[in-house]
Design a protein around this ligand. Structure first.
Ligand SMILES: [Zn+2]
Length: 223
């Protein structure tokens, strides 16, 4: 049986992590977040982790080979044998080539969101020190206002979540990711889903689209 090997792409604010979490539970496959992997490695304090921590602290981008080796190690773990959904990786065409040397996605979900809406969502974003993400309107913490549901740590707004900084990141995102999406489109892997509606509606639409893929639809029915 074909295993779902899903990559989810889209600008910040499109809800990639949230939708990936839903799909992970629905298909019972691990949700592999590149950002979470890096933070976990940095916390572990291994030589690799220390290198990653220095890069993150300086606000630099983690080099492709390092990023790819972290993802690769995660995909080797046992739970990833039955499939996976990766979010935050690959980010550009060269990285996708590296990715192809150790794993090949069979579905690429592209969440589409206008820049204007992305800015609106991101300025309302709050994060905890462990990287859990909330939104003051669309996704507030459930247990205690201003505190993370997972670890109880206080939420804050990231310094670089100002409209100017967000627009700069969005420009960079388009430069990097649009050619990557084109490449995946040429390989017939892309499923595009409009990310403007509320989270649950986006998820319903996403499932509808995935059901159109025969081998995936049989997995969805089996549940
Ligand atoms: Zn947290």
């Amino acid at each position: 049986m074909t295993t779902p090997r899903i990559v989810i792409l889209g600008p910040q604010g499109a809800g990639k992590g949230t939708q990936a979490g839903f799909l992970s539970r629905r298909f019972r496959i691990p949700h592999i977040s590149a950002g979470d992997l890096l933070r976990a490695e940095a916390r572990r304090g291994s030589p690799l982790g220390q290198r990653i921590a220095r890069i993150i602290d300086r606000g630099r981008l983690v080099p492709d080979e390092l990023m790819s080796s972290v993802v690769r190690a995660r995909l080797r773990r046992r739970d990833a044998k039955r499939g996976w959904i990766v979010d935050g990786y690959p980010r550009f065409r060269q990285q996708a080539k590296t990715f192809n040397r150790f794993a090949r996605p069979n579905v690429v979900v592209v969440l589409t969101l206008s820049d204007q809406q992305a800015v609106r969502r991101l300025v309302g974003r709050r994060v905890c020190p462990n990287g859990h993400v909330y939104h003051i309107r669309h996704h507030p913490p459930k247990q205690k206002r201003g505190y993370c549901d997972h670890d109880g740590l206080p939420l804050h707004q990231r310094d670089d979540d100002t409209p100017v900084a967000i627009r700069r990141r969005l420009r960079w995102h388009h430069q990097q990711t649009d050619p990557l999406i084109d490449e995946y489109r040429r390989q017939n892997l892309v499923l595009e889903v409009n990310a403007h509606p509320p989270i649950k509606a986006v998820y319903r639409h996403l499932l509808e689209v995935l059901k159109n893929i025969p081998w995936l639809s049989s997995r969805l029915k089996k549940k």
